[in-house]
Structures are given as C-alpha cells and as structure tokens.
Design a protein around this ligand. Structure first.
Ligand code: ZN
Ligand code: ZN
Length: 181
C-alpha cells in the first residue's frame, strides 16, 4: 500500500494551485487546488463572479436587450444571405456588407422580421439610405408583392416584446447561426 502511494507521488507532477497560484503536489490527477482554505476561497470567488454577472444582467435595460438582439439578428441575416449579392444594387464586389432593413428599423414592428432584412452593401445601406426603390423591386422578386405590401402596410404597429422574450429570441438566433455555420 505504502509503495503504491509513493509510486503515485512520483508519477504526479507538480501543479499550480488555481487559487493561490503556488506549486503543490496533487494527490490525484484531478486536483487543482492545494488546500482546504484555498478551496473555500476559490468557491467564494466563483460565487462572486456569478453574482457579478447577475448584477450586470439586472442593470441591462430593455433598449440594451434590443441592441443585443439586433447584433445577433444581423449576424444571422449576413450568414443566411452569404452567397447572395447586395439586395439593392446586386453587387458582390463590395468592401462591406450590412444587414439592411427595407422598412427602416425606426419602425419597430418589422425590426426582427426575416422578410424585412437582407444582406446589403454599405454603399446602399448607408450612403444611399437603403437604396429603397431598387430594394423594393428585388424584394418583390425574393418574397413576393403580397408580403412586401404587408410589410409596408403594417409598419406602424408596435413591437410588443418583454425582456424574457427578447432573451429567448437571442438564444434561438444564436442556434440558427450555429446551424448555418
Ligand atoms: Zn492554494
Ligand atoms: Zn448595394
């Protein structure tokens, strides 16, 4: 028995303790903390980290969640349309692509509607303010006149989403992005 312990000691290399960063000889290959005190300190440090994340989250406002969702949603749009040219001018060879809204995102209702947002070059999106006339022609080809008119006619409706609903949508779109990659 003793021999075995000694043998084991020789096999296990010294490690740095995750808490105090000192070298120690681990008793098993899974050990990553040197002593009981360090284990307690490590645990409270972890709890504090979790607590901090919670506090940070509770400080986020509705508008912050909308912003977070928009970032995730836009990434999805660019990936979904990655083999397509700019929706408005039809160019592929551009410096930068954005996710461009047909009905502007100031109208909240279609802000996160996949039919309303398509890959668009920065020239059309920013400098030509959406290049809307060309956008409309291509959009009719892509999703049909009926759907385009629906977007136009319902644009004044309010977007009613709670923070938990937005969080859920962010999760869904993160998964959609993973599936596309
Ligand atoms: Zn330690
Ligand atoms: Zn363009």
């Amino acid at each position: 028995m003793r021999k075995f312990v000694e043998l084991n000691k020789k096999v296990l290399k010294e490690k740095r303790c995750k808490q105090c960063k000192e070298f120690f000889t681990p008793r098993s290959s899974l050990a990553y903390i040197c002593c009981t005190q360090c284990a307690l300190d490590y645990k409270s440090a972890m709890n504090w980290k979790k607590e901090k994340t919670k506090i940070k989250e509770s400080l986020l406002k509705f508008s912050d969640y909308i912003k977070l969702f928009q970032i995730t949603f836009n990434t999805f749009i660019r990936l979904r349309d990655k083999d397509l040219p700019c929706i408005s001018c039809g160019r592929f060879d551009v410096e930068e692509f954005h996710a461009g809204h047909y009905i502007a995102s100031t109208f909240q209702y279609h802000r996160f509607n996949e039919n309303n947002v398509h890959k668009q070059c920065s020239q059309c999106n920013t400098h030509l303010r959406g290049n809307i006339i060309a956008y409309r022609i291509k959009l009719i080809k892509k999703i049909g006149l009926e759907e385009v008119e629906y977007l136009e006619n319902s644009r004044h409706m309010a977007l009613e989403m709670s923070i938990p609903e937005i969080k859920e949508q962010i999760k869904i779109y993160k998964q959609k992005i993973k599936d596309l990659k």
